[in-house]
Design a protein around this ligand. Structure first.
Ligand code: HEM
Ligand SMILES: *[C@@H]1O[C@H](CO)[C@@H](O)[C@H](O)[C@H]1NC(C)=O
Ligand SMILES: *[C@@H]1O[C@H](CO)[C@@H](O)[C@H](O)[C@H]1NC(C)=O
Length: 240
């Protein structure tokens, strides 16, 4: 009995120790040092005060963009992004008044995805300095429901886009050209041009959209194929 206790206890001791240390590491991480900004604090770093760095917020993540002073500093074309979170303007291009907001309400999954990609760009290009407390991070620096919703929407956008690419690869797209004097035309090397609805487009952009795809004669009875106005049923080229 005594021998057994002596034999196992060092292993039990090590196991307990390892468990303890990993639990500590796990729970310590969220508490680790991070800089949290209020809207007012972040506003100080808008490039006006030359003695301060320039900070930019996007989806609540704050980056030091001082090395991009020519864009983000006073007089720079993108100075409006400095000292605030104007996430919406990354897709709206509206840098005036209420356009400079971190609200993404009503944007499509593709637009939300594009803003998440801008955030990726800042992570790659600049130094992350902290988080802005508000819409995207709570006062403890944890992501809000809103941020999780945004990331889910962007992921859904990415998924839909991939599916759309796979679907559209099955039916070749028309060639097209456009010139000032001659106008535009679409044509097929194989098959004939038809206008078709993009089924996933509503989920991606919130709008209906059509594309031109090439169909062989034996496919022309499929539903949903629209002959170009002013174009013969079997014409290989159609004016647009
Ligand atoms: C929604 C509209 C737009 C947004 C949100 C936007 C945003 C930005 C941002 C944030 C940068 C700086 C990237 C960095 O830190 O290096 C940038 C750079 C640049 N943008 Fe835009 N942009 C927009 C439209 C345009 C348009 C329409 C043009 C051209 C006609 C343009 C031309 C450029 C150029 C040339 C640079 C690089 C400048 C350089 O590196 O010196 N942008 N853009
Ligand atoms: C930057 O912030 C300062 C101080 O808050 C303010 O006076 C100035 O107008 C701001 N500049 C811009 C371009 O927003
Ligand atoms: C920018 O957004 C504001 C507020 O939503 C709006 O009043 C203004 O017309 C927009 N400007 C442009 C150029 O779209």
């Amino acid at each position: 009995m005594a021998a057994k206790t002596i034999a196992t206890s060092p292993f039990v001791g090590i196991a307990v120790f390892v468990t303890f240390v990993s639990l500590l590491a796990f729970y310590y991480k969220p508490l680790s040092k991070q800089r949290l900004f209020t809207v007012e604090e972040l506003a100080l770093y808008n490039g006006t005060d030359q003695s301060l760095p320039i900070f930019l917020g996007i989806l609540g993540s704050v980056f030091d963009v001082t090395k991009g002073k020519s864009h983000y500093g006073e007089g720079g074309g993108y100075n409006h992004f400095s000292g605030r979170d104007a996430s919406r303007a990354f897709v709206s291009g509206n840098f005036t008044g209420d356009g400079l907001t971190d609200s993404l309400s009503g944007l499509s999954s593709q637009q939300v995805k594009s803003i998440v990609e801008w955030r990726d760009f800042y992570f790659r290009t600049y130094i992350f300095v902290g988080k802005l407390v508000g819409r995207y991070y709570d006062p403890k620096g944890n992501p809000t429901k809103y941020l999780k919703g945004v990331e889910a929407k962007a992921a859904r956008g990415a998924q839909l886009l991939k599916k759309q690419e796979i679907e559209e690869a099955k039916q070749p797209s028309c060639n097209s050209r456009w010139s000032q004097d001659e106008g535009g035309e679409v044509w097929c090397d194989v098959g004939v041009p038809r206008l078709v609805q993009r089924p996933l487009e509503i989920g991606l952009t919130g709008k209906m959209s059509k594309r031109c795809a090439c169909f062989k004669e034996d496919q022309l009875s499929q539903p949903g194929l629209e002959v170009y106005k002013g174009c013969d049923y079997l014409a290989k080229t159609c004016p647009v």
